[in-house]
Design a protein around this ligand. Structure first.
Ligand SMILES: Nc1ncnc2c1ncn2[C@@H]1O[C@H](COP(=O)(O)OP(=O)(O)OP(=O)(O)O)[C@@H](O)[C@H]1O
Length: 415
């Protein structure tokens, strides 16, 4: 049994179903993120775990003890659930200093003063704001207030920490800093963290597990890498990844055999992984970063026209057309290509996710990344090759274990 178990939970607001048959278990030590578009029920789920909302039916068990039984109208008080909650709006007491804000919970527990001081200082130290002890909230930046709110939550050493979009009010730089702090904190405290966000980068970088919600339903719970590699439905695939994944309509040529299926699509004939036959058509999902772009034709490469180029400093996005297909490719580094010029693309078939077009269900498994096979992929290296006509940013990443990095295929762009 996990530390937190939700079973068949249903929640209504004013008679409208908000969460439907939600079952989820969270293990001790997890950094579990609830991810999904606005209004899908993430905060409501968090608030139910916290005891601030109650399910109409279903049960919630925390640490082996029943916290809610909707049908029996049994609801344990929030204060008896052994957890701490940090909201998006830090909710600091404006008339109290940082010290008193953080000490509040311990003072209520009537701990001796020296013990309170020691614990508060330790929490402030962990959040690297010990120098702000005597300041008032109005004298702090948003990021500093956020750290105080988290220090206040961890000072009581909760086994479970609930964080509702805690970084959404911060600017990009502070958000990055706070992500690093949160990750470090999770490792140090070994607290179970439940985190709500609609920011997929935050979810992918922080979590040990991600629960994806759509319209009140839990559609996938997985590790970040599994979620990224094998989104369980077309809807999840469309939500994860920036820029969005490319969808290509396809149809099967024959029946699947030994887990493989021949397909025909705008990408030509491709032999892809497919574990069960589709009901009707197929949708192939190709990540923008998996498309290899060349400036010269090659066997089986698909000719495309450059529709648009979006240079973004460390990467370049290319919008390409091939017949009726409109594809987005993401290349590392700066790539200089003219609009309307011709390029050739290839897509490694083991990186294509295959979905049943009618049900949206995943039919394939994306191969394991090199790092899981014991080899770390090389960082992107820009290798300049003279005289290829591909311009700067031309080259590809060398093998991680290759002693000398030499471009093997000069016509590759951006990797
Ligand atoms: N107290 C309430 N009364 C009525 N409806 C509510 C209440 N709280 C939430 N809702 C509705 O329940 C749905 C889920 O809301 P919730 O806040 O859980 O979504 P969310 O996924 O956290 O969204 P966001 O990312 O925008 O915070 C929404 O349609 C919302 O309008």
């Amino acid at each position: 049994m996990g530390l937190i178990e939700l079973k068949q939970v249903n929640k209504h607001f004013d008679g409208n179903p908000i969460l439907r048959n939600l079952s989820l278990h969270i293990e001790e030590g997890d950094f579990m993120t609830f991810l999904g578009p606005s209004g899908c029920g993430k905060t409501t789920t968090l608030r139910m775990i916290a005891g601030l909302e109650h399910p109409e039916s279903g049960t919630i068990v925390i640490d082996g003890k029943l916290a809610d039984d909707g049908r029996a109208a049994f609801h344990k008080a929030s204060s008896e659930r052994g957890l701490s909650l940090v909201f998006q709006s830090y909710a600091l007491w404006p008339h109290m200093s940082v010290f008193d804000n953080v000490a509040f919970g311990l003072t209520m527990k009537k701990l001796p003063k020296p013990a309170i001081r020691a614990k508060v200082e330790e929490a402030l130290e962990k959040m690297r704001i010990l120098d702000l002890t005597d300041r008032y909230p109005s004298e702090l930046s948003g990021g500093q207030q956020q750290r105080v709110a988290i220090a206040r939550a961890i000072v009581t050493e909760p086994r479970i920490l609930l964080l509702d979009e805690p970084l959404s009010n911060l600017d990009a730089k502070l958000r990055m800093e706070m992500r690093a702090e949160l990750k470090r904190l999770h490792r140090e405290l070994k607290t179970t963290i439940i985190y709500v966000t609609h920011d997929q980068v935050e979810a992918l970088t922080l979590s040990t597990k991600i629960a994806v919600f759509f319209q009140g339903e839990l559609v996938q719970v997985d590790t970040p890498s599994e979620l990224y590699r094998n989104p369980a439905t077309l809807q999840v695939a469309d939500f994860i990844g920036n820029p969005s994944i490319n969808f290509v309509e396809a149809f099967p040529v024959g029946a699947p055999k030994d887990g493989r299926l021949m397909t025909q699509s705008g990408l030509g004939r491709l032999d892809v992984s497919c574990e069960s036959p589709p009901e009707r058509g197929l949708t192939l999902a190709v990540k923008p970063e998996d498309i290899t772009v060349r400036t010269a034709p090659e066997e089986k490469a698909i000719a495309c026209t450059v529709y648009s180029v979006f240079p973004a400093g460390s990467e370049t996005l290319l919008q390409l057309t091939a017949g009726n297909l409109l594809l987005m490719a993401k290349l590392l580094g700066q790539v200089e290509l003219d609009t309307d010029s011709q390029v050739w693309i290839t897509v490694p078939t083991e990186k294509i996710n295959v979905y049943d077009a009618a049900t949206g269900r995943l039919l394939s498994r994306y191969g394991k990344p090199a790092v899981e096979a014991g080899r770390i992929p090389a960082a992107a290296v820009q290798v300049q090759e003279a005289g290829t006509g591909a311009g700067p940013g031309h080259g590809h990443a060398p093998e991680a274990d290759a002693p000398e990095a030499k471009p093997k295929e000069p016509a590759y762009l951006g990797r």
